[in-house]
Unconditional design. Structure first.
Length: 137
């Protein structure tokens, strides 16, 4: 998942905004520092969506003048899982029943701060009728 970021001069530094995730804001003293800060800012902003069990907007195409900020693979997989749970209105307890685990374990699958094996996310998506597709490009 690659989100477009807008990086503009702002006083003595650079301001970063994300058209698709308006909660994600950051800044840096240099353009390069602003890009690095943007990577942390978007993941931090996504935590609000996870906490509120709210669907995360799909990234739009990166346009001219924007910078592509790629989510870590583990975060991307969790975003896909959260979005599918929200779309299908499946609660953690129901998903836990489907995959034969506890609601607590399903909650861990949708916590960005928790390290999760990709197999757990794959099993959860499978129980929702989806398949996790990983490609190297």
């Amino acid at each position: 998942m690659i989100y477009p970021a807008v990086i503009k001069p702002d006083g003595d530094g650079w301001l970063v905004t994300f058209p698709d995730i308006p909660e994600a804001l950051s800044a840096g003293a240099t353009h390069e520092e602003a890009i690095e800060m943007a990577k942390d800012a978007i993941v931090t902003a996504l935590e609000f969506y996870f906490d509120e069990k709210r669907e995360i907007p799909e990234p739009s195409r990166v346009k001219r003048g924007q910078v592509a900020i790629e989510l870590p693979a583990s975060v991307s997989a969790k975003v896909l899982l959260l979005n599918e749970m929200v779309r299908q209105k499946v609660r953690p307890s129901e998903l836990a029943r489907r995959i034969g685990t506890t609601a607590q374990e399903v909650n861990r699958l949708t916590q960005l701060s928790h390290v999760t094996k990709i197999d757990g996310i794959e099993a959860a998506l499978h129980a929702l009728g989806k398949r996790l597709d990983i490609r190297a490009v």
